[in-house]
Design a protein around this ligand. Structure first.
Ligand code: FNR
Length: 190
C-alpha cells in the first residue's frame, strides 16, 4: 500500500535547517510513503471570527490535512515551545469547533536545532496539543536532532552513516505506525 503523508515545516526561514531535515527524511523514507508539504506561511492569524466563512488558505489547509493518511511535523523549537506560525496552522486545522481535521490522524514529530536539546521541549509541547486534538502520535523512537551542517547536504543527502540509519529507522517506524492507526480507524475494527 502507499500512504499519503502531509508534512509541515515549522519554520518560515529561507535557510531553515528543518526544511533541510525534511528533505533528508523524504529521501530516507520507505517507498510506500508519498509526501506533500502543507504550507503555513500565507495563513492569516486565526480568530474564531473566521469560523463563519473560512478564507481559501484555511480551507486548503483543512482539505490537505483531511486528504492525508498521516501528518509529519518537522519543526524548530522557539523559546522552548512550538513556533508561532506552526501553532497558528494547527489552530486553523482544529476549527471551526466540531470539525477538527487532526482527529485520529496518525502523526509524527521531529525537529532539529543547532543545540544539543534538539527540539525536545517543543516536541513535548506538541504532544500536549496533539493529544488534546485526538491525534495519535508515534511515541518511539523519539528524534531530537542536533544539527551539524557538515552532516546534512542542501538537497537532503545525509553524509554521516549513523545519522542516515537512525533517520531511516525513524521513518520506517513512522510508516508502520501510520499503517497501524489506519487499520484501527477502519470501519468495523473494534
Ligand atoms: C531559536 N532557537 C532555539 N533553539 C533551541 O534549541 N531552543 C529554543 O528554545 C530556541 N529558541 C529560539 C527562538 C527564536 C525566536 C529563534 C529565531 C531561534 C534557535 C533555533 O534552533 C535555530 O535558529 C534554528 O536554525 C531554527 O530552525 P530553522 O528555522 O533553521 O529550521
Amino acid at each position: 500500500a502507499t500512504y499519503k503523508i502531509g508534512y509541515f515545516v515549522g519554520s518560515l526561514a529561507s535557510g531553515s535547517i528543518n526544511r533541510t531535515l525534511a528533505k533528508a527524511l523524504i529521501k530516507l523514507a520507505p517507498e510506500e510513503l508519498e509526501f506533500t508539504e502543507i504550507p503555513i506561511k500565507d495563513l492569516p492569524l486565526y480568530s474564531y471570527d473566521y469560523d463563519a466563512d473560512f478564507p481559501p488558505e484555511g480551507r486548503a489547509l483543512k482539505e490537505a490535512i483531511e486528504a492525508a493518511d498521516g501528518i509529519l511535523f518537522v519543526s524548530p523549537e522557539y523559546n522552548r515551545s512550538i513556533p508561532g506560525a506552526l501553532k497558528n496552522a494547527i489552530d486553523w486545522g482544529s476549527r471551526p469547533w466540531g470539525t477538527n481535521s487532526f482527529a485520529r490522524k496518525p502523526t509524527g514529530i521531529i525537529g532539529a536545532s543547532p543545540g544539543s536539546i534538539g527540539t525536545a521541549v517543543m516536541q513535548s509541547s506538541m504532544r500536549s496539543v496533539l493529544s488534546f486534538l485526538d491525534a495519535p502520535q508515534l511515541n518511539s523512537p523519539e528524534a531530537y536532532i542536533s544539527y551539524k551542517p557538515d552532516v546534512f547536504g542542501a538537497d537532503g543527502e545525509v553524509k554521516d552513516e549513523a545519522t542516515a540509519k537512525f533517520l531511516g529507522h525513524f521513518m520506517d517506524e513512522y510508516a508502520a505506525f501510520v499503517a497501524r492507526v489506519l487499520a484501527a480507524n477502519a470501519p468495523g475494527h473494534i
